[in-house]
Design a binder for this molecule. Structure first.
Ligand code: G1P
Length: 320
């Protein structure tokens, strides 16, 4: 992406974003029984829990204060980002510096905080639970089911848009029409004064939003993916947002109110990079395979095995 190349003049009304909020209170029912006693955020993606990728992404974008909005049975998530002195001691005594470094790196990513959601009332409610920690500052929200390819700079782009335009910023991705019912969908128009961007349409103004519309009701094929940079004005809106799709308090509905109000612009950054979905079993498996293939340490051998495996499957299918 290269349309949003300049931070522009960050106005005094746009304080720097330092805080990230990661909702992690879901029950993970799609992965039962694996998630009966283990939070879904802790399911491994190659060799680290899914949520670690998300915290690494926040940290790489300079957000060093991370609030996890958790629920019951999420102790393992909290423990993962805490020191484990006993384990460190054992690894140090063995001289296993590589693993010691991997364990320590996790705690060094950000200052971690936790708040409990209490009741599963929806994503909007989870974000509202962050209000007292966030205060009157803009903040980022990262959803754990969406992993953005390591090295992608989507969040940085979004922070630059916030610094230039104020208001809120959401990440969008073009999806097939039969996929709109899985996402929030945005009506968009070209952004005004897109910073002399090269006009490749990666920055748009959001004019409307609908949570999980049927194909016929979707305002466009631009789906909201799980990255947001939000103005604190969203909290007042969420206080009065009534349950919407699925009987839950939807963040999309609160953002719709901001987007249609004129006072608080909502911009969209259209992302065309690598995004992985760990939200259901099939896409979770694809995520692991793709990320394993990309890894410099595991990738070469794994790719070779994978292509042999696929070829042998074809042969089996042809002779079967
Ligand atoms: C949530 C949001 C939805 C968004 C999606 C992205 O839905 O409500 O607007 O498009 O995340 O992953 P969920 O997938 O949690 O049902």
């Amino acid at each position: 992406m290269n349309a949003i190349t300049s931070a522009g003049a960050a106005s005094a009304a746009s304080p720097t974003v330092t805080k990230a909020v990661i909702p992690a209170a879901g029950l993970g029912t799609r992965f039962l029984p694996a998630t009966k006693a283990t939070p879904k955020e802790m399911l491994p993606v190659v060799d680290r829990p899914a949520i670690q990728y998300v915290v690494e992404e926040a940290s790489a974008a300079g957000l060093d204060d991370v609030l996890l909005v958790t629920g019951r049975n999420k102790r393992a998530v909290e423990d993962h980002f805490d020191n484990n002195t006993e384990l460190e001691h054992v690894l140090a005594a063995k001289g296993d510096t590589e693993r010691l470094e991997a364990v320590r790196q996790v705690t060094g990513l950000a200052r971690m905080h936790h708040v409990r959601q209490g009741a599963p009332l929806g994503l909007g409610h989870a974000v509202l639970c962050a209000r007292s920690h966030v205060g009157d500052e803009p903040f980022a929200v990262l959803l754990g089911d969406d992993l953005i390819g390591p090295g992608e700079t989507l969040l940085e782009e979004m922070l630059r848009v916030r610094a230039r335009y104020g208001g809120s910023v959401i990440a969008l991705m073009r999806v097939e029409p039969d996929q709109t019912h899985l996402y929030g969908c945005a009506a968009v128009e070209p952004a005004e004064d897109a910073d002399g961007g090269d006009g490749d349409g990666t920055l748009v103004r959001v004019t409307d939003l609908v949570e999980k519309p049927a194909r016929e009701a979707a305002p466009s094929r631009y789906a909201v993916i799980g990255r947001y940079v939000l103005d604190p004005a969203v909290f007042d809106v969420l206080e009065t947002t009534t349950p919407g799709h699925g009987g839950e308090i939807q963040l999309t509905d609160a953002l719709r109110e901001l987007a249609t109000s004129d006072e608080h612009p909502v911009h969209g950054v259209i992302f065309s990079g690598r995004r992985y979905d760990t939200g259901d079993r099939a896409s979770y498996l694809r995520t692991i395979v793709e990320l394993a293939c990309e890894r410099p340490d595991l990738g070469p051998d794994f790719r070779q095995w994978l292509s042999e495996f696929v070829l042998s499957g074809r042969r089996m299918a042809a002779t079967g």
